[in-house]
Ligand binder design. Structure first.
Ligand SMILES: Cc1cc2nc3c(=O)[nH]c(=O)nc-3n(C[C@H](O)[C@H](O)[C@H](O)COP(=O)(O)OP(=O)(O)OC[C@H]3O[C@@H](n4cnc5c(N)ncnc54)[C@H](O)[C@@H]3O)c2cc1C
Length: 615
């Protein structure tokens, strides 16, 4: 009897062992040895990345992680590349799961690590031991010297560096991401190039525009959603950006790019050009590739994965900068430091300080998360003045569902002004405040919608969906437990559930206006004024303003030299690009002007500083 029971136990254990081996996804497993750390073989692990699942295949020998391949992912090309290349290499090199993150691709890196952890468990490895981390190495200190240190390699940093190099200066570029120009790499590449008579020599199209007319249009555009009390734009500096925009494009063409008109001033409020591509390459990637080639050809010292942390001061001015990479600390001595670190959308602290009213809306920032206002912080530490206020440059999609919803299911990102889903285009829907009242033309410019929502302080805001699109409904159903979606069969029930006292009357008014094709309240165009289905279920979904860039940052002189509160310039310190472009706008940015201004500021400052150091 006892031996029969033992046989049954032995059989069960064998079956369980087989089941465990099948269930663990080991594609080439062999038995774990007595002394081995892992059960050798190749395992598959999956984890949620920023844009969906990331799948890895990890090959173990008995005592080591031998190979990690990221076999499937939906992450943004360019942005996530650093993590996909470097995180597996770092895990293998250190045989540890405690590795330095890749700046700008932290979510992707974390997901890769999580998927590898999954494989380690499947291979019977000791996760705790792998998480203790490699021995802390003492970082080597490297001292470098150049005429100009440029911090950041977006459009403004790259153009500063190239312009300085070609005018005879030596340059060190410090970039905290794994590769140069990542923030622009996914761009369509559009840049404002005003066709005014002052820059006629560079025109890409015939134009009858005068500088005054261009300025007038600029004023009209930037005052959308604007406020009279804001003391910007500074039109003298705007004029320089407009007039120099033609020479900037001609300069880019000397660096291997060719531009053509993409939008006219009638379409976008400014003449806009974009690079000619072979149709396969993303325009932004092409621009970065050509500018990076120029930078390298002209002998720049390039430090990637190096974060500038602190300016070095002497004699009341700036004489260098300190930076840190995963394995080195750099002390860089330079006659001038040019900060080109972009905006502050990735910093909750700066958002709270400079745009406090946006917090209640539960905003989304779809720009580059590495833009954390580092230049502002470093500048402030040496007495630089910050603009008192800040504002946002909305994303083309204008609004997004709440972060809770997009975190829950990445497909919620598809609901916006450009929704690929029939029934998901927010312009055509009704947006209400916490009381169930409309408050803006939902099809208006993003900057006006954002201003209306932020200034009104009536968050949370919701957009109403009906059940006419199966695709949209199945997406909305996935978010029902989030607390950010209300669902009911009738509008009366929805009003009760959401406690929005005006919801039914607002809905009835909207339906009646949609049937007549006239929005008497907010003048939404008839083609966007779409009536809802007469029958439910209906869904109220929490929506928030979505932005890609910011206005605010360091105050500068007309030559982009950083100033103190008393207006005096700080020797050796300059700021260009989004970090310094507040002076261009009241609130609304102007058709691809940020790209244009970043390039022009960089080109001019690079030349100016190179000429200064030659003297
Ligand atoms: C999705 C998106 C769409 C946009 N659309 C438009 C548009 O249609 N029209 C328009 O005009 N503008 C648009 N913008 C904004 C525009 O692209 C930027 O304002 C402009 O290109 C800024 O360039 P920049 O060089 O100043 O900054 P960025 O391109 O942000 O570059 C800053 C660089 O500095 C690096 N950095 C930051 N801190 C440090 C540090 N401490 N040490 C080292 N490196 C550091 C960053 O990693 C980054 O590479 C858009 C932006 C985004 C993200």
């Amino acid at each position: 009897m006892r031996s029969r029971a033992l046989r049954i136990v032995a059989m069960l254990l064998t079956v369980m062992l087989v089941l465990v081996m099948v269930g663990c996804g080991n594609t080439g497993g062999k038995a774990v040895t007595e002394a081995g750390l892992y059960q050798a073989g190749t395992y598959v692990g999956v984890a949620q990345g920023k844009m969906g699942d990331i799948k890895v295949e990890v090959t173990f020998s008995e005592n080591a992680i031998d190979k990690i391949e990221v076999v499937e992912f939906n992450e943004t090309k360019g942005t996530a590349d650093g993590a996909i290349d470097k995180i597996p290499a770092r895990i293998i090199e250190g045989q540890t799961l405690v590795v330095d993150a890749v700046t700008g691709a932290t979510a992707t890196g974390d997901a890769i690590i999580q998927a590898v952890e999954d494989c380690v468990l499947q291979a019977g490895g000791d996760l705790t031991a792998l998480k203790i981390g490699a021995e802390q190495k003492e970082k080597q200190v490297q001292t470098l010297e150049a005429d100009i240190a440029v911090i950041g390699s977006g459009l403004s940093g790259l153009s500063t560096a190239i312009s300085a190099l070609e005018n005879g200066a030596s340059v060190i570029v410090v970039e905290k991401q794994a590769a140069l120009g990542r923030s622009f790499a996914t761009s369509f590449g559009n840049v404002m190039m005003a066709q005014v008579e002052e820059n006629e020599a560079y025109h890409k199209a015939k134009s009858d525009d005068t500088l005054d007319q261009a300025i007038e249009r600029w004023s009209k555009m930037t005052m959308q959603g604007g406020q009279e009390g804001i003391p910007y734009p500074d039109y003298e500096r705007v004029k320089e950006i407009i007039v120099d925009s033609g020479a900037t494009i001609a300069w880019l063409e000397q660096h291997g790019l060719e531009y053509q008109i993409s939008f006219t001033k009638e379409q976008r409020g400014a003449d806009i050009v974009k690079p000619v591509t072979d149709g396969n390459q993303v325009a932004g990637e092409l621009v970065i590739e050509r500018l990076t080639n120029s930078l390298k050809e002209q002998g720049a010292t390039i430090l990637t994965e190096a974060t500038a942390t602190e300016l070095i001061e002497a004699d009341g001015g700036v004489v260098g900068v300190k930076a840190s990479s995963p394995d080195k600390n750099f002390v860089i001595h330079a006659k001038n430091v040019v900060l080109a670190t972009g905006g502050f959308g990735g910093s909750e602290e700066y958002i709270e300080q400079l745009i406090p009213d946006i917090l209640a809306t539960g905003y989304q920032f779809s720009g580059t998360g590495v833009n954390t206002g580092d230049g502002m912080t470093m500048g402030a530490q040496v007495g630089a003045a910050l603009y008192e206020d800040g504002w946002i440059i909305p994303s083309p999609g204008k609004l997004l569902p709440s972060k809770k919803l997009t975190d829950l299911n990445v497909n919620f990102n598809k609901l916006n002004s450009y929704s690929p889903l029939e029934g998901g285009v927010t312009d055509k829907l009704m947006l209400v405040n916490q009381a169930g009242q409309r408050m803006t033309n939902e099809a208006g410019p993003g900057v006006v919608i954002a201003a209306d929502l932020i200034d009104a302080k009536e968050a949370p805001y919701y957009i109403l969906f009906d059940s006419s699109s199966e695709e949209v409904v199945s997406l909305l159903e996935t978010g029902l437990d989030s607390g950010d979606i209300y669902k009911a069969n009738t509008m009366a029930e929805l009003e009760k559930l959401s406690k929005m006292n005006h919801l039914v009357s607002t809905f009835n008014e909207y339906q009646s206006m949609a049937k007549k094709g006239v929005d008497t309240e907010f003048k939404k165009p008839a083609e966007m004024l779409q009536a809802y289905a007469a029958e439910g279920p209906y869904y109220l979904v929490k929506f928030v303003p979505d932005f890609v860039a910011t206005m605010g940052g360091l105050k500068t002189t007309g030559d982009c030299q950083v100033v103190r509160e008393d207006g005096t310039a700080i020797d050796g310190l300059y700021a260009v690009g989004e970090l310094a472009h507040r002076f261009l706008y009241n609130r609304a940015h102007f058709g691809n002007a940020s790209n244009s201004a970043s390039l022009t500021m960089g080109r001019n400052v690079g030349k100016l500083l190179a000429e200064q150091v030659q003297q």
